[in-house]
Design a protein around this ligand. Structure first.
Ligand code: 4NP
Length: 155
């Protein structure tokens, strides 16, 4: 298990968690932090598929290519390999806690708990929304990425 490793988990692994993965990768590179980063879904609804075209478009607005992403379902093994697992909303968190071993190696938390003033909030599912909802998703995950990197750099 690598302590400096983060897994983001949403429902489908095609909208929110791939954007969170991309935002954290960009922030870690910008801050010179070596970090293993991945994302997964609690469901296998979209396993093997690429990211949602609206997520790809939002990532592109920030200079990031999301076209190589392939969705996968979270596994029990993930809890042994990642130092931190972040759920994008409360339902994902409940589902992750059911799947996790009784003593997970790392932390399992709601993503926006890492942002001061946003504790307990969900990254809203943009699946039924439009480009503005995906832009809001980006703002939320980029803000969280900033705080996660700052926290890891502080040790
Ligand atoms: P995600 O978004 O969990 O952020 O990847 C969704 C993707 C697919 C569905 C719902 C949300 N779906 O109902 O298929």
């Amino acid at each position: 298990m690598s302590q400096k490793s983060v897994l983001f988990v949403c429902l489908g692994n095609i909208c929110r968690s791939p954007l969170a993965e991309a935002a954290l990768r960009a922030e870690a590179v910008a801050q010179g932090l070596a970090l293993t980063i991945d994302s997964a879904g609690t469901s296998d609804l979209h396993a093997g598929q690429g990211a949602d075209p609206r997520a790809i478009a939002e990532a592109r607005r920030h200079g990031i290519d999301l076209t190589t992403h392939r969705a996968r379902q979270v596994t029990a093994d993930d809890f042994l390999h990642f130092g931190h697992v972040y759920a994008l909303d409360q339902q994902n968190l409940r589902d992750l806690r059911k799947l996790a071993p009784s003593r997970p190696t790392g932390g399992i938390d709601l993503l926006l708990d890492s942002v001061p003033g946003r504790t307990g909030q969900a990254v809203i599912d943009p699946w039924y929304g439009d480009a503005r909802d995906f832009a809001q998703t980006w703002d939320d995950v980029a803000l969280a990425a900033h705080h996660i990197v700052a926290d890891l750099l502080r040790g």
